[in-house]
Design a binder for this molecule. Sequence first.
Ligand SMILES: Cc1cc2nc3c(=O)[nH]c(=O)nc-3n(C[C@H](O)[C@H](O)[C@H](O)COP(=O)(O)OP(=O)(O)OC[C@H]3O[C@@H](n4cnc5c(N)ncnc54)[C@H](O)[C@@H]3O)c2cc1C
Ligand SMILES: *[C@@H]1O[C@H](CO)[C@@H](O)[C@H](O)[C@H]1NC(C)=O
Ligand SMILES: *[C@@H]1O[C@H](CO)[C@@H](O)[C@H](O)[C@H]1NC(C)=O
Ligand SMILES: *[C@@H]1O[C@H](CO)[C@@H](O)[C@H](O)[C@H]1NC(C)=O
Ligand SMILES: *[C@@H]1O[C@H](CO)[C@@H](O)[C@H](O)[C@H]1NC(C)=O
Ligand SMILES: *[C@@H]1O[C@H](CO)[C@@H](O)[C@H](O)[C@H]1NC(C)=O
Length: 371
Amino acid sequence: MNKTYYLIFLLFFAASYSSPGIADPVHVYEDFVGCFKNKTNISDKDLTDVVLSHTSVSYTPVLRAYIRNARFNTSSTPKPSVIVLPRVDSQVQAAVVCTKTLNLQLKIRSGGHDYDGLSYVAAVTFIVLDLSNFRNITVDMNEDGGSAWVQTGATLGELFYRIWEKSDVHAFPAGICPTVGVGGHVSGGGYGHMIRKFGLTVDYVVDATIVDAKGRVLDRKAMGEDLFWAIRGGGAGSFGVVLAFKVKLVEVPKTVTVFRVDRSSDQNALDMVHKWQFVAPRTDPGLFIRVLLASPTKNKTQTVNAKVRALYLGKANDVVSMMAKEFPELGLKIEDCKEMTWIQSLLWWMNHKDVEKVKTGCFTRKGTGLG
Ligand SMILES: Cc1cc2nc3c(=O)[nH]c(=O)nc-3n(C[C@H](O)[C@H](O)[C@H](O)COP(=O)(O)OP(=O)(O)OC[C@H]3O[C@@H](n4cnc5c(N)ncnc54)[C@H](O)[C@@H]3O)c2cc1C
Ligand SMILES: *[C@@H]1O[C@H](CO)[C@@H](O)[C@H](O)[C@H]1NC(C)=O
Ligand SMILES: *[C@@H]1O[C@H](CO)[C@@H](O)[C@H](O)[C@H]1NC(C)=O
Ligand SMILES: *[C@@H]1O[C@H](CO)[C@@H](O)[C@H](O)[C@H]1NC(C)=O
Ligand SMILES: *[C@@H]1O[C@H](CO)[C@@H](O)[C@H](O)[C@H]1NC(C)=O
Ligand SMILES: *[C@@H]1O[C@H](CO)[C@@H](O)[C@H](O)[C@H]1NC(C)=O
């Protein structure tokens, strides 16, 4: 190849590939707004609250509000060209259609607890659809056994709270960490401390509304059973934007029991953990026993601490006598147990002795994965 041509060729490649797939955010914003206004007829006043550009004063606070992993909270983390904060269904529809028209990537964010920041980070030009205004919850205790419609921008804690407002003997089987979002949690499967008795969160989803890639709003009947199956565990982001889920509630006793037992290896922790592996999966389904293994810091000797945390859907006396029979290695005493309501037990899980760690994950947004 002629040397000059070769150089031009190289320069051309260097120029066009210097920032692969990244478009100028000002143009992206203008093109997006043009399309969005056309599809929604939104007033200019409302537009400033719903479609945020880099220069908007709310851009950074809105983006940060649901960054739950500090690793993706740096100046070099890729930022969205536009943030859309929809207030009504038609704005979600427009966001989907306009992102597609402009050939950009749409990142859907509910609670922002994605471990890899997938709901607010991308390597190409992208738009964040932030569902934090979609958090209405309607609990209906008249329907057989109780049910709720919950919009996906709500958190699990908000759902638990709204159920408790209506009934202290109903609950929802899901993860314990109250700041996890309904959108990602439910569409990803969901499990928590009642999994043994009730199974996965998605087992309680009976209907949903979704905006599909063509911008249509579909309920279960309209989307069909295949798509409805896919969004219950398949991670809904690949299939559309879930606006809301309809879930069935479960019944829990008015009084539940929680307990904690801490053992070091000097106190037969190993025998206890060994036996736990056989008891925990087979005992009464109303009993969930978690064990955390930790090596005490600042201690050079080889030792292990086992921390047992448990929820029993029943009375303290019953679980103590059950454990005496099935799991004597645990040495559970009535003093280790606390009776309370189900909603209080959620607070207990967030507040146990290792509360610093759990709090980090759930309340100060650092995302340790606990909970
Ligand atoms: C501290 C902590 C504790 C956790 N505890 C548990 C637990 O006890 N049990 C458990 O099962 N899991 C647990 N998880 C995992 C958690 O359920 C998942 O990370 C879940 O995906 C988070 O949902 P989100 O809405 O908060 O996250 P987001 O980051 O908002 O979303 C996660 C993913 O779902 C997509 N998505 C979000 N909303 C929608 C929507 N409306 N429509 C379509 N796609 C959507 C996003 O694009 C992204 O890909 C925990 C995670 C953390 C960080
Ligand atoms: C808005 O819609 C009108 C009529 O459908 C069309 O002529 C116009 O090009 C659209 N403008 C943009 C910016 O999409
Ligand atoms: C927008 O407003 C015009 C004029 O009022 C109307 O004809 C059109 O149908 C509206 N479009 C949408 C998407 O609401
Ligand atoms: C992200 O950074 C800002 C500014 O430094 C800080 O105020 C905020 O608490 C951080 N959020 C997380 C999740 O680390
Ligand atoms: C939530 O409910 C209120 C009151 O019914 C309603 O005005 C609002 O539009 C709803 N929000 C969404 C996002 O559906
Ligand atoms: C370290 O471990 C040893 C052996 O188990 C124990 O006797 C000692 O109390 C521990 N020290 C601390 C600071 O935990």
